[in-house]
Design a protein around this ligand. Sequence first.
Ligand code: IVH
Length: 669
Amino acid sequence: MNTLDEQQRIAQLRKELHEHNYRYYVLNQPTIDDQQFDFLMHELQDLEARHPEMADPNSPTQRVGSDLNGEFQQVTHRYPMLSLANTYSEQDVREWYSSVKKGLAGEEFEVCCEMKYDGLSISLTYVNGRLTQAVTRGDGVHGDDVTANVKTIQSIPLVLPGEGYPDEFEIRGEILMPWSVFERLNKEREAAEEPLFANPRNAASGTLKSLDSRVVASRQLDAYLYYLLGSELPADGHFENLEAARSWGFKISEGMRKVKSVEEILDFINYWDTERKNLPVATDGIVLKVNSLRQQRALGFTAKSPRWAIAYKFKAERECTRLLEVTYQVGRTGAVTPVANMEPVQLAGTTVKRATLNNEDFIRSFDLHIGDMVYVEKGGEIIPKIVGVNIDERPIIAQPVQFIQRCPECGSRLVRYEGESAWYCPNDAGCPPQIKGRIEHFIARKAMNIDSLGPETVDEYYRRGLVKNVADLYTIDVQQINGDGSRTKSAQRIVNGIQKSLQVPFERVVFALGIRFVGETTARLLARHFKNIDALMNAGLQELEEVEGVGEVMAKSIIAYFHNEENLSIVNRLRNFGLQMALSEEQTAATSDRLSGKSIVISGVFAHHSRDEYKLIIEQNGGKNVGSISGKTSFILAGDNMGPSKLEKAQKLGVAIISEEEFLKMIEE
Ligand code: IVH
């Protein structure tokens, strides 16, 4: 073949492979077998390697992923990604239906009923039929650009096979890990003694956030799309728009129905309540949407969610199974949690073998015996719970569960502090899960955010003796990590990640230390109050209690932390390694008393900062963030879609409404 022929062949192969993908993953109607597919794919890969001038980010070969994705870029959503209000009963559904009817002043309306997929939401942008960007929900206003990873999901078209689509549009949906893939993955992890994923949603989320898109490609994620946005949509009906999207090549649920009465809605719910168990992916409810976009606009939004849509959540599923054994887990703080090990039982799509028993009192309250038949429930949070015991089935010889007295990990005698429900292992310096737990807490996203490390790597480094405490992290180098010499690139990434954490602000360093009872918010308040680590280390009981949210128990815990020799040595080493041990000049300068004495309500969705950031800015400038509007409210910091009831109340009480831009100016002056 000459160059021109080869270029034509590339174009043709791309077209064919896109088509085969679509037939296989969206239509479920392949026309060639896997071997033929691989053959064509290899041919294309070879040709593309010879023709770099024809590189195309949307070529079918790009679905295999690469390890070149840096960190994710943050992107501002063109339309914020809101969530839906939840309801749990027939009554709630009827009330929502009536409120829509009222909102539309009696005008007729249709409702589109859909499955509520339990994965993670994604927003896809298509320009001229080509996927240009895929962004996660994030905080609803900004999300992570995960385009490279999403391209590996075979059912998401890179180039639309159909026609008639607008030049530019967004389509939103849910990324899911099918049950079959989830179960296989967890089996593999169990065999490798890696921590298991609690449910397919977590597994999909962990996968999508992987920085190596080859990992994503290997996990076989799927996606269903359910919301089309843009200025030139084909129809006024949501259902009709999704049907159009189906014809352009998207995977849209087959179960979607348009109905005209609340009775039909309830029939749909009842049908899927059982039928959903036969679906290949996890669902946790039904979504109801007013079909006409015109009517949707008339109904509008509250601060958090649309009034034209609602989610009905299925009830938790319950099963009965036998309690075989109680084992005990030791957490980062030394708290010992009893775990029920049961005969495996199928519950809400997964096999359940373990459930948390919380603490000794919980076990007593059920008078649990080994061999008991227990009721297990899986609610929205998916970690199974024991909710009851069938005493009638208790074997005659059954023995009551006796809480252990010694730590299962290090053998220390357990202690129970006054007023607490948990037993603790007091050997914090020598008990492995406590040590590893503290390191895991230290690297967590909200602490030092060292995302190049994870629980598996921490475990490995601990076992290899590379790290025994958080300060040791700053001593490891590429050579040490890369023991057998096979992982230079990832070792370098880990070391870079650790070094990057030197920039993490002081308030998060305080949180990362893992002082008992000191959560993220208190850590921030402590950092702002004491301004540097020395002042915090030397603070007495009274001074600590001056900080909002710090009571006696927490103050004592902080003092105890800084009186412990080992902790002092860790803090000193961290300081020498260059961690931020004081507020930055910028942070100190940012504090002012411009808002002193002001009570401010935050409402709506913002473009420049998240709500939490605005809370912080208010605090930094001496103001107070309050939850509800009253005569004492100084003003409302209002973003988009502020709820009308708040608006009405503000007007009635004569409270000023300040826009995001006005507020930012106010802070700058
Ligand atoms: S519509 C403005 N439809 O549930 C409405 N969401 O709490 C946008 N979800 O964040 C969402 N299945 O991640 C919609 N058929 C469906 C859905 C669905 C699952 C998720 C989505 C959203 C959350 C709402």
